[in-house]
Design a protein around this ligand. Structure first.
Ligand code: TXA
Ligand code: MG
Length: 344
């Protein structure tokens, strides 16, 4: 095992070293080197072990490389947004090994069953009602009650999912605003030094992202992709509704619906006003009912965000929120808080 693994990890260390001169080991930098993991049994076991430990591992699918994290681990999912530098918590696709685990995560309508049996494994993502008992981190769905599910066909993705033994959240493995990676080298170019490892599967066969179909009511094409819409329409026996024609678009970018608490939310609150409960951040938030991160750690705060908003919302009192810095993951946290606080 050590042979293949070490050979490739050294070659990556050399690559990174060329751009970033080797610096002193630094206790605060989490992963100075991203491992390039060979696509053999030992490599898959290593990648699965890193994922079980809450690390980020990019993996090949037939469409593009995904940035995998345990979909049930709030912190691991928060790290996805940190590594990609996403200014928003867009919902993420959950990758599953098989139909049974898929049915544990989402409620399958007859149309979903038909599409899954026709096109899975393959470049099709279905957006379906989330089963809360599946334990998927609310960061994965950005607090929504619909979840995007996909069963990839790539043998390495399937082997990794089987070895990991659970659902993997996985957006495309590129920094926010850049194109999706279709080779392990692309992943390293964009995210080298920011993630634990890349499972090297060579070039992706399809090269564009999966087609996304929403199935809450009318079947809607939320994103064209690797599976032609015509094939989906032939299977359903009726045309797909274009996302733009839908009454309430829920797709990315045009994500009109987003999680919002019932209780009014007041941001950048220095002190609570009578009747309010405080959602704190950082060591200064004395008297906070809940503190997103007493240490002021933005990854921890992101991991707790939707849980704590729901918990405070259940108390039925107005919520004051401590100031959160507009840097790194703080931008995504503030984006969500502003939407949640917007008048409805
Ligand atoms: O081929 C693919 O789909 C690749 C591979 C890695 O699986 N993944 C991918 O993920 O392209 P990403 O995050 O780059 O794009 C997923 C899209 C996002 O635009 C997101 O907004 C949308 O799926 N999405 C995810 N969950 C959703 C949900 N619950 N409702 C609506 N849209 C959702
Ligand atoms: Mg993407």
């Amino acid at each position: 095992m050590a042979g293949a693994f070490e050979y490739v990890s050294l070659s990556v260390a050399a690559r990174l070293g060329k751009r970033d001169p080797p610096s002193k080991p630094n206790a605060t930098s989490r992963m100075p080197v991203t491992l390039l993991i060979a696509p053999d049994d030992a490599g898959i076991a290593r990648a699965a072990a890193l994922l079980k430990a809450g690390e980020l591992v990019a993996f090949p699918t037939e469409t593009v490389y995904g940035l995998g994290a345990d979909a049930r681990d709030d912190r691991a999912v928060a790290r996805i947004f940190e590594a990609k530098g996403r200014p928003r918590f867009n919902p993420l696709i959950v990758h599953v090994a098989d139909l049974d685990p898929a049915r544990r995560v989402a409620a399958f309508t007859p149309e979903a069953e038909a599409l899954a049996s026709a096109f899975w494994p393959g470049p099709l993502t279905l957006v379906l009602p989330l089963k809360p008992e599946a334990g998927i981190s609310p960061l994965v769905t950005a607090g929504l009650d619909m979840v995007a599910l996909r069963m990839p066909a790539h043998p390495l993705a399937r082997a990794l999912l089987a070895a990991f033994g659970g659902p993997l959240a996985g957006p495309s493995a590129n920094p926010s605003g850049r194109v999706s990676p279709t080779r392990a080298e692309h992943v390293l170019d964009g995210l080298g030094g920011r993630i634990a490892a890349v499972l090297d599967g060579g070039p992706c066969a399809v090269g564009v992202e999966s087609t996304i179909v929403g199935l809450d009511g009318a079947a809607r094409l939320l994103r064209p992709g690797g599976l032609p819409a015509e094939a989906i329409e032939a299977c359903l026996g009726r045309p797909l509704v274009a996302a733009g024609e839908a009454a309430r678009p829920t797709s990315p970018g045009q994500l009109a619906s987003h999680y919002a608490p019932e209780a009014p939310l007041r941001l950048n609150a220095g002190k609570t006003r009578p009747g309010e409960v405080l959602l704190g951040f950082g060591p200064g938030a004395a008297g906070a009912r809940l503190n997103l991160s007493p240490a002021g750690d933005l990854v921890e705060a992101a991991a707790n965000l939707f849980h704590y908003l729901r918990a405070l919302d259940a108390e039925g009192k107005p919520i004051a929120v401590s100031p959160i810095p507009e840097t790194g993951l703080g931008r995504a946290i503030n984006d969500r808080l502003r939407r949640a606080a917007a008048p409805r």
